[in-house]
Design a protein around this ligand. Structure first.
Ligand SMILES: [Mn+2]
Length: 319
């Protein structure tokens, strides 16, 4: 089994550097800091560093290290939760002596010298929990268990997403046995800024629904500035319009400095074709489009409304 190979490599190297992906999420941070804790708790004399992008809302999981380029050349790189090499957040993984990939995304790029990938497991943090249990020499502290549990919670959407099964709960239960404070983690992950809540209220107050049930809101540059939020943060609010019974398709239209970008979501008809018509694309139920100017919004809304109309007609044939 490849876990024993990973164990051997960790034992072999004095310096180990843990990498994650660009725009890190809870599972990325959780697996980086969780593995750091496993290595440090088991082999206290090793130097273990975590590199990557800083994300303030996840900083309770652990603090990133800033290290010089010359440390990399004799180090073992372990890249976590990252499907392809262009997604690795620090390109200095190339300087390392050997690379291990540990991940749960669909395999597109076996960039590691050793690749440990389990596509069906719902979090990399759970894969690391299996690694921990695979060898009785491996140990973890409460700090590491908290990191791994946090990543499990975020990547499974609080154990709500597809892929959650008996094994998920057993592994999560094992992490809890180290004394993880689930309520505290939930509070840290749920906290929001006042301006973020105010912007949400703006979206709820101003969104529109077309005749056939396409829900959308528009956020312009002035609003972004007024609420002092990033464009990405604003774009994530598309989820506010999800799950309205009458609206199987919803979108957030955001006026960026140079163009207008639309995030489209659906729990009814496929929307990728609509997105493609407007210089975009994506998945069947989650896609993005680009509008060249405000004058295109009306046509886009009309097309989306039509899509919902056709979908509803198919769903509820008129008798
Ligand atoms: Mn993940």
């Amino acid at each position: 089994m490849s876990f024993s190979l990973v164990y051997q490599k960790i034992k072999e190297y004095q310096t180990i550097i843990l990498f994650g992906h660009k725009r890190p999420d809870g599972d990325c941070y959780g697996s980086q800091f969780g593995l750091k804790d496993i290595i440090k708790t088991t082999f206290s004399d090793k130097s273990v560093f975590v590199v990557g992008e800083k994300v303030s809302y996840l900083s309770f999981i652990g603090q990133l290290d800033e290290i010089d380029d010359d440390i990399f050349k004799d180090a073992l790189a372990i890249v976590l939760d990252t499907a392809t090499r262009d997604r690795i957040s620090d390109s200095r993984y190339k300087l390392c002596k050997e690379i291990i990939k540990i991940d749960h995304h669909i395999v597109l790029d076996n960039y590691g010298d050793i690749n440990v990938v389990e596509e069906l497991i719902p979090a990399t943090c759970l894969l690391l929990t299996k690694f921990l249990l695979s060898n009785e020499n491996l140990k973890i502290s409460l700090v590491g268990a908290t990191a791994l549990y946090t990543g499990t919670v975020t990547d499974t959407g609080n154990f709500r997403y597809r892929g959650v099964n008996e094994e998920t709960m057993q592994l999560a239960g094992k992490l809890l046995s180290y004394g993880v404070n689930v309520e505290h983690i939930d509070q840290l992950l749920s906290v929001q800024s006042l301006r973020a809540v105010r912007l949400k209220s703006y979206v709820y107050r101003t969104f529109k629904v077309t005749k056939n049930g396409f829900a959308y809101a528009i956020i312009n540059r002035l609003i972004i500035k007024y609420f002092n939020v990033g464009y990405d943060e604003a774009a994530s609010l598309v989820s506010l319009l999800a799950n309205i019974q009458e609206c199987p398709v919803w979108a957030l239209i955001i006026k960026y400095p140079k163009d207008i970008r639309v995030r489209i979501r659906s729990n009814g008809p496929n929307i990728n074709t609509l997105a493609e018509k407007y210089d975009g694309g994506g998945h069947h139920k989650a896609a993005g489009a680009t509008l060249k100017s405000s004058s295109k919004i009306r046509q886009f809304v009309k097309d989306a409304d039509n899509l919902v109309k056709e979908y509803k007609e198919k769903q509820e044939p008129i008798i």
